[in-house]
Ligand binder design. Structure first.
Ligand code: SF4
Length: 325
C-alpha cells in the first residue's frame, strides 16, 4: 500500500548539477518506494521568465536523461512534460476565476520578480501560483515535497482549493507539505547556492577530466594564501563538499587543512576523485539510456498518456461542479 500521491515539478534547466542531485533528485528517487509519484518538467512555468525559448526542447531531454540515470523509474513513477497534458492550462483558467487577485499580488516571489525583471512583468507571472496549484490538484496529489521556504506557496494552493470547495463542492484533496530538508549546496564560487545561472555548478554528466578541471577552479579559504598557511575548513566550500563525496575522510582532511599538512590543490583532487567515483554508475547509465533510439520520447509519451487519463477525469468533475454547460 502506497502512502499517497506525490506531485513535484521542476523547470527545464538542462543538464543537472550536483546541487540538483543532492537536493531534489535523490529525494525524488527515494519517494518512489512509498508513494505514487508524478514528476513533471514544467515548461509552461519556464515561459514566465524565459524570453528565449530555443533551448527548451534540448534542456527537457537532458533533464529527463539525468532523472532516468539517477534512478527515476518510469515503471514506478509518471514522468512527463507539463505542456503535453494541456488540461493543466484549462484548469489554470478555471481556478483563476476563484482566486482573488489580492492573494496573488501579495506573493513574495511575484514582488521579487517585478524587481528582477521589470521589463517583463507578464500576466503569467502573477498567475504562477494558480498554475502551480493546477499542476498539483489536476492529478489529485495529496503530498508535495517542499523545503521550508516553499511552504507559503503550498499554503496558497491550499487556500485556492478551500475556496473552490466552498464555492462548488469537493473535487480536490487539500495537498499537504512533505517537509524535506534539502542540503544547501554552495557553488564553486564559494558564496552562492550552486546554480547554472551563476555559472558556479558542477554538472553531473560531464567527464571525469572536466570534473577535475572544474573543481580545480573552485574558491577555498580566502585567508590561506600560501601552501604553508594553516587553513580554516569551516569557511571552505571544498571541505563542505567532502561531506557528501568523501564522508569517511572529512575529519582527517579537517585536521590536515588546519595543520597545513595538505595543500588546496591536493584537497581538490581528492574531492574530484570522490565526485567521479560517486557519479561513475550514473554516467554509465546515462550514456546507455542516451544511446537507446527514441527511448526518452517513449518515456515522456507514456507518462503524458497516464497523466492525461487522470487529468481528463478531474476536468470532467470540475466542469460538472462548476455548472458549465
Ligand atoms: S585544504 Fe581543502 S579544506 Fe583546506 S582550505 Fe584548502 S581546499 Fe579548503
Amino acid at each position: 500500500m502506497k502512502k499517497g500521491r506525490v506531485f513535484s515539478g521542476a523547470r527545464p534547466t538542462g543538464r543537472q548539477h550536483i546541487g540538483n542531485y543532492l537536493g531534489a533528485i535523490q529525494n525524488y528517487v527515494g519517494l518512489q518506494e512509498d508513494y505514487d509519484c508524478i514528476y513533471c518538467i514544467v515548461d509552461i512555468h519556464a515561459l514566465t521568465t524565459l524570453e528565449d525559448t530555443h533551448l527548451l526542447k534540448e534542456n527537457t531531454r537532458e533533464m529527463i536523461l539525468d532523472w532516468l540515470a539517477a534512478g527515476l523509474d518510469p515503471e514506478k513513477s509518471i514522468l512527463f512534460v507539463q505542456s503535453h497534458v494541456p488540461e493543466v492550462m484549462e484548469l489554470h483558467t478555471l481556478l483563476s476565476m476563484v482566486t482573488p487577485l489580492s492573494w496573488l499580488l501579495r506573493v513574495a516571489t511575484f514582488k521579487e520578480k517585478v524587481k528582477s525583471q521589470p521589463h517583463n512583468v507578464n500576466y503569467g507571472l502573477v498567475g504562477y501560483p494558480v498554475l502551480m496549484t493546477s499542476d498539483i490538484v489536476l492529478y489529485k496529489a495529496d503530498t508535495v515535497p517542499v523545503g521550508e521556504d516553499q511552504l507559503p506557496h503550498l499554503e496558497l494552493a491550499r487556500e485556492i482549493v478551500r475556496r473552490f470547495t466552498y464555492l462548488f463542492g469537493e473535487v480536490f484533496p487539500e495537498p499537504k507539505a512533505k517537509l524535506t530538508t534539502f542540503p544547501m549546496v554552495i557553488g564553486i564560487d564559494g558564496e552562492r547556492k550552486m546554480s547554472k545561472s551563476y555559472d558556479n555548478d558542477i554538472v553531473l554528466s560531464t567527464s571525469p577530466e572536466e570534473t577535475v578541471a572544474r573543481v580545480s577552479t573552485a574558491f577555498t579559504d580566502p585567508a590561506r594564501r600560501y601552501r604553508n598557511d594553516p587553513g580554516h575548513p569551516e569557511v571552505c566550500n571544498i571541505y563542505s563538499l567532502h561531506n557528501f563525496f568523501n564522508p569517511g575522510r572529512v575529519e582527517e582532511l579537517g585536521v590536515q587543512c588546519r595543520g597545513a599538512a595538505i595543500g588546496c590543490v591536493d584537497c581538490k583532487k581528492l574531492l574530484a576523485q570522490g565526485i567521479n567515483a560517486e557519479l561513475a554508475p550514473f554516467r554509465e547509465r546515462r550514456a546507455e539510456i542516451a544511446g537507446r533510439p527514441g527511448y526518452v520520447d517513449e518515456v515522456l509519451s507514456d507518462g503524458a498518456g497516464r497523466a492525461h487519463a487522470i487529468a481528463a477525469e478531474t476536468i470532467r468533475e470540475v466542469k460538472e461542479k462548476m455548472g458549465l454547460p
